[in-house]
Design a protein around this ligand. Structure first.
Ligand code: R5P
Length: 326
């Protein structure tokens, strides 16, 4: 495919950007990213963008603040260099959990980031499994919120144990769990989760029967691993079989998250490559690439093809596992 648009990668997940560019048959635009001695971010585009469509690939994963600023700086560079249109591909949208005020005098940081992205000149956003669908409403530009469920379900595929139930770890994930359950032909069980602090949760109820059943816990993200560990404890206490699988779109795995999952007895963890993964350490996850999904979205955006909406529900090509299962 001729490179009718120019694709740049930030530094947050260059492996994914390379894979998306390869799917597109494009080469990433040359650019520079550096840090000034005082920690400020410096970026530079090495190719002209005047009058061109620009795609910036940058998940705002940890270190979140650095990666957000880098995305904003690249967008500003594109805007000041007279790019015709700037599309931000943000496979993981940091601060998404700050989507409402839980108490007085708190910010809604996801909304703030959305406004900053627009101020920087971003014209449209392509993202994946936003923590809450309504985050789209924080933007007044087009947002395409793609789904990883088809890719993850294909990867889970035939290796799921007989009689598996799909588990939503909290009320916020019920819709997604129902989607997985429908695709996999399995029933849904819902946990009632209470969050006591950013890294402490408790499961108070298991809604549904898990007696002697293997469980597939699904989530949008694994951060500290606490939500999954508490979910496993609750499921085992409710009689589930010691055969627990986890599928999540975004594997942040902060701190000892992987160790926590291993100690909880999780047998298999499947995530996408929205965030760069390391295969060393405990419970290395099986990683499913969402590069074909994003490449299809970019292609259709560029061609003003409204069948882009299909990507919300179905991926364009077979998901590819880029590392081995646990
Ligand atoms: C919460 O609403 C999210 O969907 C995830 O369940 C949660 O953020 C995961 O965080 P952690 O792994 O730290 O429990």
């Amino acid at each position: 495919m001729a490179q009718e648009f120019v694709v740049f990668s930030g530094s947050a997940n260059e492996g994914l950007a390379d894979a998306i560019a390869a799917e597109l048959g494009a080469r990433l635009g040359s650019r520079a990213v550096a840090r000034f001695p005082d920690g400020e971010t410096a970026v530079r585009l090495d190719v002209p963008v005047r009058g061109r469509d620009v795609v910036l690939i940058q998940p705002t994963a940890p270190p979140v603040n650095d990666n957000v600023i880098e995305l904003l700086a690249f967008a500003d560079a594109c805007r000041r260099s007279a790019a015709a249109r700037i599309t931000a591909v943000v496979p993981y949208f940091g601060y998404a959990r700050s989507d409402k005020r839980h108490a007085r005098r708190e910010p809604i940081t996801a909304s703030l980031v959305a406004r900053l992205m627009q101020t920087a000149g971003i014209d449209q956003v392509v993202t994946l499994d936003l923590h809450a669908d309504q985050i789209e409403g924080f933007f007044s530009i087009p947002v395409d919120n793609l789904s990883a469920a088809p890719s993850l379900c294909r990867a889970l595929g035939d290796q799921l144990p007989e009689g598996v139930v799909v588990v939503s770890p909290d009320a916020g994930r019920v819709k997604a769990a129902s989607d997985y359950a429908q695709r996999l032909g399995a029933p849904v069980v819902v946990l009632h989760k209470r969050r006591d602090s950013p890294d402490a949760t408790a499961v108070t109820h298991v809604v549904g029967d898990v007696t002697d059943r293997p469980c597939l816990i699904i989530d949008d993200m694994i951060s500290t691993g606490g939500t999954i560990a508490r979910a496993v404890e609750a499921l085992l206490a409710a009689g589930a079989r010691r055969e627990i699988i986890v599928a999540a779109t975004h594997g942040l795995f902060v701190g000892d998250a992987r160790g926590m999952l291993a100690r909880a007895g999780v047998r298999r963890v499947v995530v996408t490559d929205s965030i760069a993964q390391s295969t060393s350490g405990p419970t290395p996850p099986e990683v499913v690439s969402i590069a074909p999904l994003f490449a299809a979205a970019i292609r259709r955006i560029h061609q003003a093809d409204s069948s882009l909406v299909d990507l919300y529900r179905d991926a364009p090509a077979a998901a590819r596992a880029v590392s081995s299962p646990v």
